[in-house]
Design a protein. Structure first.
Length: 297
């Protein structure tokens, strides 16, 4: 049985840890509110931009020729993995890395075997994990979340877009955590390039499409909107991941605080039992000594 001092030291250590996890939970909750507001504001904008692009494409008739819609034989692949800069967020980062691993195994095993799969890691944890596995990681986006903005994310999007446009990559995928609520994050694996055309509903009527006035022309507007839409798509994924990270960390720290509370209860019970046993032993020693003195008289 541990001594009273050892148990007391453990109690102090666990109490200190519990205070830290409580503080981290409160910080994560505050950051989550801001991150959640950002993604809630971004979703309608991204959806509206996508809808305008779809409407313009339908009005134009045939698909507008664009370097981001070209389909080629898939020889070289780029995967964008969005993780976080810090840990202590439960399975948040490991789930993304598992999603990346399963994506490669299911769709790009041959390309990986040929050494033709490359990665862009947005977030320090993903960058370190992919390098540790010996994968080729392009760019350094390990501190994007320190000053998260469209401009910082745009650089990563342009790296992938330029690589696809000049033929360096034939396919680009993005893997990230989508924010659903504080306790739930869903790993998404989406094809980024070439652009996936939405299935047309044959029963849908074009009467619902607004009567746009075009200046300069439909084709030029589409050519301008597609790159912007792609960058917004990556930025939205990063915002989703950011909100998911804070939700995951808040949940993890809440669970850690609860576990610390349970451990404190067990340690205090052990401390009381140890102390009680020590007191009982002392009483027995005193009684035994008293009886020995009485017998010697």
């Amino acid at each position: 049985m541990a001594s009273l001092k050892e148990v007391r030291n453990r109690i102090v250590s666990v109490q200190s840890t519990q205070q830290i996890t409580k503080a981290m939970k409160m910080v994560a909750a505050a950051k989550l509110r801001r991150a959640q507001d950002s993604i809630i504001r971004m979703r309608p904008y991204a959806q509206r931009l996508s809808q305008i692009l779809t409407n313009l494409s339908e009005l134009t008739g045939e698909s507008v020729s664009n370097p981001y819609t070209v389909k080629r034989d898939i020889n070289r692949v780029l995967i964008i993995a969005v993780t976080s800069d810090r840990g202590l967020a439960g399975a948040f980062n490991s789930n993304v890395l598992k999603g990346v691993t399963s994506l490669v195994a299911e769709k790009y095993a041959a390309q990986m075997a040929a050494g033709n799969v490359e990665f862009v890691a947005i977030g320090k944890k993903g960058h370190e994990a992919l390098l540790k596995k010996g994968y080729k990681v392009n760019g350094d986006f390990t501190h994007v979340f320190g000053k998260l903005s469209f401009d910082t994310v745009r650089v990563a999007a342009e790296l992938a877009m330029d690589g696809f446009r000049n033929g360096t990559y034939d396919q680009v995928e993005i893997v990230y955590n989508e924010f659903k609520n504080v306790a739930t994050q869903i790993v998404r694996r989406e094809q980024f390039l070439p652009i996936v055309e939405k299935e047309k509903d044959e029963n849908a009527k074009n009467t619902n499409i607004p009567d746009y006035v075009f200046e300069p022309s439909k084709e030029e507007i589409i050519q301008e909107l597609i790159p912007k839409s792609l960058k917004i798509q990556v930025y939205k994924a990063v915002l989703e991941s950011n909100a998911s990270e804070h939700g995951a960390r808040m949940t993890a720290m809440d669970k850690a605080t609860e576990n610390a509370g349970e451990l404190l209860k067990a340690l205090k019970l052990s401390y009381n039992r140890t102390r009680q046993a020590a007191i009982t032993t002392e009483i027995l020693e005193i009684v035994g000594g008293a009886e020995a003195l009485a017998a010697s008289r």
